[in-house]
Design a protein around this ligand. Sequence first.
Ligand SMILES: Cc1cc2nc3c(=O)[nH]c(=O)nc-3n(C[C@H](O)[C@H](O)[C@H](O)COP(=O)(O)OP(=O)(O)OC[C@H]3O[C@@H](n4cnc5c(N)ncnc54)[C@H](O)[C@@H]3O)c2cc1C
Length: 241
Amino acid sequence: MGFIKNVLKNLFKENTIILKQRISENAYRIKIKGENIKTTDFIPGYFLRVGVGFEDDKLSLHNSVRSYSVWNIDKIDGTMDLAVATHSKGVGAKWIAECKEGDIVRYNWKKGTFILDDTADSYLFVGDLSALSHLYIIQRNLPQSKQIESIVYSSHKDELYADINESMPLNFYELPENPVDEIIGIIEKIVPKMTGKKMVYIGGDSRVCVTLNRYFKNELNWNSKQIKTKPFWNPDKKGLE
Ligand SMILES: Cc1cc2nc3c(=O)[nH]c(=O)nc-3n(C[C@H](O)[C@H](O)[C@H](O)COP(=O)(O)OP(=O)(O)OC[C@H]3O[C@@H](n4cnc5c(N)ncnc54)[C@H](O)[C@@H]3O)c2cc1C
């Protein structure tokens, strides 16, 4: 293993996978447990940089780490859940398909700005399978009084899974990859129904993030503070962040 990769591996926290479940044709859930989770500072939207390729000497440093959002955290039990999609078929997809209960997971915390913001009255959530767990934890942690609208899509609707508490608070659509025109058509119907101060979270495919960011800014004249976007993957790149 390369020197830097080895140093990084030793700096990462170590937790154990205590549960692995297939939650749809192309997504797995894992629950990890560790004492350090009990004392961690956490805001919904924080994510992990997971060492998915530390054990494979042939993988570069860039190809050894992938980002995954925290779907749920239980600080009393010291557990966290992640939901990982496998459409990419890359090192991250291979790692989630092959890992098993009892395995060690190494990770580092990342915070960013794609996190819970409860200052709006109405929210629109837009994203694909890779961003679903991230959208769920933000939505679940907003007060009940907030108006929630959503467009969560996949080319196979049955790949989209329920939230960790079995609820289905978001609206699912069967749409092809990069369906910006279809999404804008749906947004045009939803936005007039949104009341008070509005906010949108857009996560997943970078092409959708970029186009919708521009649309909300330039066509709908939303302030940049109302638009939260985070590209999770890019068709021309491997891994992001
Ligand atoms: C902040 C952040 C949080 C994230 N949280 C999650 C999460 O909770 N769950 C999750 O599943 N993913 C999440 N991702 C995305 C995840 O890190 C990437 O999907 C991951 O890099 C894919 O890794 P890979 O090694 O399998 O494929 P890579 O080697 O990175 O990519 C291989 C190929 O697959 C393509 N690709 C990547 N993702 C997809 C996709 N979803 N659909 C279609 N093609 C794809 C790439 O463009 C590339 O061509 C997050 C990303 C970021 C930046």
